[in-house]
Design a protein around this ligand. Sequence first.
Ligand SMILES: NC(=O)c1ccc[n+]([C@@H]2O[C@H](COP(=O)([O-])OP(=O)(O)OC[C@H]3O[C@@H](n4cnc5c(N)ncnc54)[C@H](OP(=O)(O)O)[C@@H]3O)[C@@H](O)[C@H]2O)c1
Length: 331
Amino acid sequence: MSISSNKYGYIPGLSRQVSRLFFGCAIRPMNLGQDAGELLDAALENGINAFDTARVYGESEASFGRWLRTRSCRDRVILLTKGGHPDFSRGEDGNSQITRRISRKEIRDDLEKSLLTLRVDEIDIYLLHRDDPSVPAEEIAGWMDELVKEGKVRTIGGSNWTHQRIAAAREYALAHGLTPFTVSSPHFSLAETQTDLYGDNCVTLTGDANAEARAWYRENPVAVISFASLSQGFFSGRWTSDDFRSHDARLKPEFIQAFGSEKNLLRLDRTRELAAEKGCTVSQLALRWGFSQGMNLFAAVGSTSPQRMLENWQALDLPLSAEEADWLTGK
Ligand SMILES: NC(=O)c1ccc[n+]([C@@H]2O[C@H](COP(=O)([O-])OP(=O)(O)OC[C@H]3O[C@@H](n4cnc5c(N)ncnc54)[C@H](OP(=O)(O)O)[C@@H]3O)[C@@H](O)[C@H]2O)c1
């Protein structure tokens, strides 16, 4: 296992070192319940010990659980899963409906299903996949603490929670001797999103509007596990700014809408230019940029290729100066 200090970090509440790269398990083969052994083996053998899945990623938990059993590697792995995702459905009028599922019972039911599907006794990092701001954060903090006390989960937090709600849950927990949230999983990447990436108020830390949130994470002992850390493949190296400007037919309109702003296209051009200069890939440079932003950051990335995941892993050791990092953002 590589011993580079850039590659590992600590998450408050976990005693083991955690790889700064989380293998994103929301990839097609795993969602379909297929065997992903080759991909997962390559990740673990190269030192990536953290894996991000969720109750709602199709058959991803089942695929991951099978791999854990066949390799007998549970004790080498940091396992993150999520529950409490809302139901998205269509009402009789054809309009989409969102039913939030943040109650004590729904959270417990989801966790029990995850434990059964993954066939493990305990989850290392358990996150609520979305928030329901109508439920007091203090109440949720109490429900989540119960799960820790029962030995079902080790650390807790929220995905797509605002930092203010994370702060409220923490404040209450710390004042009442409960386990505080120590993990937050929002979107964060070099490209700013112009749309709600996955629906129902996904939270992002990118952009000027979220400077206060990033400052909060720099000052508080809460780890950030970013998702869509390569902007859903905007920084895969497969696309140029011209592809976006010309609305290349291979690009989905919602992808262009989410990431195709002039600001992002400049960032893409600059990332391509600096990557060529440094002799690394566009993905490596874009990923490395996130770690220059001063938070206790871990990045979830999805890839269907062992080689590309290894490239992502190697990116953590790339040299990048503060000036270069600023330049990439267009400054
Ligand atoms: N908490 C949440 O609400 C939430 C929401 C979304 C996602 N997530 C988590 O975050 C993970 C990642 O998100 P994501 O997959 O949507 O976006 P992403 O990681 O930003 O982008 C994935 C895309 O990048 C490509 N890619 C990855 N590494 C590459 C490399 N080295 N070179 C070139 N292309 C590369 C992949 O293609 P190839 O497969 O061809 O390599 C894929 O098309 C998910 O798997 C999931 O675990 C969490």
